[in-house]
Design a protein around this ligand. Structure first.
Ligand code: ZN
Length: 204
């Protein structure tokens, strides 16, 4: 056997082993990310202060590939100079920076105070701001876990504060100039459909 041939064989075996290794690794990573989201929304949303009279839900994306409540809080405090920090009431992670589908509760929710997530100050007083980590204006869309968590959260707050489906809106539906938020790939119809479908049957 020529030396070159032997090299080719050794190289092929090495590639094969690497490929198998990579497959096993990816499966492992895949499994790790696919944890089921079992969240007790009621417990998560419980606050120790008087509840605000919320009338709207406004949906956002972070316009970043990764992130979490602490990082956005730091940004809003230091760069935007908002003393209350994190502009949103809730942040739903995508697996980069926090859990995939993990719901983080912001201080503004715990204090039941206005958000800073739209340019409309009147709306901010009565609108629950939910931000999904990700940039859905680019090629990405929310993960299944994010959508499941968002559905549960929107369902819960809608019932608790009697927020109608038409008051669950995207940031770009708020009357202000030019925001793409939460991005063209945000599956709004699907969300509304899920929220409506997951309502328990009403007794006639
Ligand atoms: Zn937004």
């Amino acid at each position: 056997m020529k030396i070159v041939e032997r090299h080719v064989i050794i190289f092929s075996i090495a590639m094969y082993v690497t490929a198998i290794g990579l497959l096993i690794y990816l499966q492992f990573i895949g499994k790790e990310r696919q944890f089921t989201v079992a969240i007790d929304i009621e417990k998560l949303c419980k606050v120790d202060v008087d509840e605000n009279e919320w009338e709207y839900v406004v949906l956002h994306h972070s316009a970043t590939d990764e992130g979490n409540a602490i990082r956005f809080d730091k940004y809003h405090r230091e760069k935007r100079k908002w003393p209350e920090g994190l502009a949103y009431h809730f942040v739903i992670g995508n697996g980069s920076g926090s859990g995939n589908g993990e719901i983080e509760v912001g201080d503004r929710w715990k204090k039941q105070i206005y958000g800073a997530h739209t340019a409309n100050m009147d709306l901010n007083q009565i609108a629950i701001g939910i931000c999904l980590v990700g940039n859905f204006e680019e090629e990405n869309e929310p993960t299944n876990n994010q959508l499941e968590s968002l559905t549960s959260l929107v369902n819960y707050v809608s019932k608790r504060y009697k927020i109608s489906e038409s008051n669950v809106i995207m940031h770009n539906q708020v009357n202000q100039k030019g925001t793409a938020c939460p991005g063209k790939n945000f599956p709004y119809e699907q969300l509304i459909d899920r929220v409506t479908r997951s309502e328990p049957e009403r007794t006639l």
